[in-house]
Design a protein around this ligand. Sequence first.
Ligand code: UD1
Length: 367
Amino acid sequence: MRLVHVVGARPNFMKAAPVWKALAERKAFAQVLVHTGQHYDVNMSDVFFADLGLPAPDHYLAVGSGSHAQQTAAIMVAFERVVQEMRPDLVLVYGDVNSTLAAALVCAKLAVPLAHVEAGLRSFDRTMPEEINRLLTDQLADLLFTPSPDGDMNLLREGVPANKVSRVGNVMIDSLVSLLPASSQSAVLERLSLAPMEYAVLTLHRPSNVDDDVVLGRLFAAIADASQRMPVVFPVHPRARQRIGAIAAQTENGQVCLIDPLGYLDFVHLMSCARLVLTDSGGIQEETTYLRVPCLTLRDSTERPITVEMGTNTLVGRDVRLLAERFSAILDGDETWNRLPSGGIPLWDGCAAQRIAQVVVDWSSHS
Ligand code: UD1
């Protein structure tokens, strides 16, 4: 039986790696890795393949950047050729990026069975491109792997038959669990002259935060103010490099340190030793929850509500007063946020990919 995994953007790589390995161990499948090339910089892509132990892609589609329509269409045209040539028995797609939806559409039109890893997440904000990608991919998938009960509920409400849905847990946490020991060897703190628990980490790349100079300027000024109490390290996503550089140059106060994007092991180490994290990413809300590092999310909604229920994550949106208040409270030792059970979140245990592999084995024996 031939399986094709499709990855394209940074947050796909740490989800695909454990699933690839778990399926390889079953020895029942021929696996093919397709990289769409949505992310192509060395530090957005190559370093992750090395850190995560993913094999080099069998097919690299080199689609690069463009508008949503251009990027999605380019992936579809190139991926359709791969599917026609290979006739896979199952295609696995990950997360909510444009590569995910593009590959899902191709499979649906060519009647190739599709599995969606990280299904069912909803922010209920259709202005986010990722929300559209999630909704449509889930409608097209034959096997849907969810990380938490809210995912199951969202799918059932949208009419997805229950027998297609398997709650397997969080594959992103699988990568974190397996690579935490290796990440602790990272020299990133020494390189940046940082001491554990004496800095905050910031990531920002959502179009709603970084594409408008006024919004970005207000947020950055608030973070720069907060950083007077504790330095903030900011690995800058390429989509906002120039804008943020210009805004940072005009901001006088504060200690925000702009650096290039980091590889997986360095970033995990930086995050796990941080006093707190500020982000608009999805996956980082989950990783900080697992690591019990308080996270302030610079968005009004989240598709990962369990992280808010557990208290590790607070949605501060663009409310700069709330941001300043929570930043200070955490530095002043406020621990009231932590509502995590001692065993952590059920099924966020490093074994989600094994559960996916078992479902695929069972599915393959019936198809
Ligand atoms: C994509 C995902 C987003 C995810 C993010 C993680 C979609 C709709 N968005 O957003 O969900 O959180 O990846 O990083 O799929 N660029 C480079 N080098 C690269 C890649 C991108 O310079 O290797 C720059 C280009 O200017 C490009 C811009 O970043 O136009 C945006 O890239 P794109 O892949 O379209 O979306 P992301 O913002 O990275």
